[in-house]
Design a protein around this ligand. Structure first.
Ligand code: NAP
Length: 337
């Protein structure tokens, strides 16, 4: 398959190339794309060098699939041009996620909504992806009424410049800032801009995207999203109220047997998920499972995943694998979900 990676020089794009190679996605021709400043730059894929091309040149090459990680405005402008040329776009930005004509997909949850007519497919927000992977089997069994989530998000979620800010601050270098405050040795309770209701856009993404992916508007969600100075992945404290009561050992077993989830929950031996352990892994790690003793039918848990992998690159490649396996693009490959 001819595969374009738009944003190939960025944090997510670089991870995308790594994941495509690792999972042996059947790439017959790789087309790396980035902004004007990177055209001609060489990137390595499976030991071979490829030159970065412009968006215009990439469209002319008519790729089967284009995986976008180049920001919302690039997606809004360029994804329809690829789609018009017959390319299926899988987009990592927030540009198309809440468009009612576009599918928002986490393969473990709702891959079955995809058809050959979907030419622009949205990859959800990283914090939402890891949460819904864990929510889905629980919702199917106990029916979720309400979710209260607080996040502890890695600087890698903001891209290359944020990682530079953290390391510059750590070395005492006065460099450019992408956050409004120092991030090193700090916690910033703001991700993305504020909206009129006092929530940030990131919080509203978690609220709205969860309902859309789960296909159930009755699920109430409230979120507080927070940036912390870590690198390995995002962590979430999640409180889930169910309609029906649950058995804690059954919850543990249900999660452990669900695709994409690893349960790490052994308090006696100090075992619980942490971003350092999740780093560069594709799974969603769930632990600290316990009853909320202040309310009936309510569970507390802790969910950690590498935001650049399952939160972005891995999820996008899994969508491409699903499309290929179902003959919705290119030639069939075996889907892993
Ligand atoms: N980081 C995460 O955890 C995460 C998770 C999910 C989704 N996302 C989304 O993925 C996207 C990229 O995030 P990132 O963290 O990888 O950012 P990043 O490290 O800043 O990389 C941005 C990439 O986009 C390219 N780009 C910028 N403007 C372009 C244009 N006009 N045409 C073509 N390419 C252009 C850049 O190319 P140059 O190098 O030439 O500037 C670079 O390759 C964003 O939309 C972000 O919201 C990120």
């Amino acid at each position: 398959m001819k595969v374009a990676v738009v944003g190939a020089t960025g944090l997510v794009g670089t991870k995308m190339l790594q994941v495509l190679a690792e999972r042996n996605f059947p790439v017959t021709e790789l087309i790396p794309v980035a902004s004007e400043k990177s055209i001609g730059k060489e990137i390595t894929f499976k030991g071979k060098q490829f030159k970065v091309v412009s968006v215009e040149d990439a469209i002319k090459m008519k790729p089967d699939v284009a995986i976008f990680s180049a920001g919302g405005s690039t997606s809004l402008e360029q994804a329809p041009l690829f789609a018009a040329a017959g390319t299926t776009v899988i987009d990592n930005s927030s540009a198309w996620r809440m468009d009612p004509t576009k599918k928002l997909v986490v393969p473990e949850v709702n891959a079955d909504v995809l058809t050959a007519d979907d030419k622009i497919i949205a990859n959800p927000n990283c914090s939402t992806i890891q949460m819904v992977v864990a929510l889905k089997p629980l919702h199917d069994k106990y029916k979720i009424k309400r979710v209260v989530v607080s996040t502890y998000q890695s600087v890698t979620g903001t891209g290359v410049k944020a990682v530079d800010q953290l390391f510059n601050e750590r070395k005492g270098i006065d460099g450019p800032k992408v956050y409004p405050y120092t991030i090193d040795l700090n916690v910033i309770p703001q991700i993305d801009v504020f909206t009129d209701n006092g929530y940030t856009k990131e919080e509203m993404k978690m609220i709205l995207e969860t309902k859309k992916i789960m296909g159930d508007d009755s699920i109430k969600v409230t979120a507080t999203t927070v940036r912390i100075p870590v690198m390995g992945g995002h962590s979430e404290s999640v409180n889930i109220e169910f309609l029906h009561d649950f058995d804690l050992s059954e919850v543990r077993e249900l999660l452990a047997n669900s695709p994409g989830i690893v349960v790490v929950d052994d308090p006696a031996n100090l075992k619980y998920p942490m971003p350092l352990d999740a780093h560069d892994k594709d799974d969603v790690f769930v632990g600290r499972l316990r009853r909320d003793e202040s309310q009936d039918n309510t569970l507390n848990c802790w969910i950690v995943s590498d935001n650049l992998r399952k939160g972005a690159a891995t999820n996008a490649v899994q969508i491409a694998e699903y499309l290929a396996a179902k003959h919705l693009i290119g030639q069939p490959v075996e889907a892993t979900v």
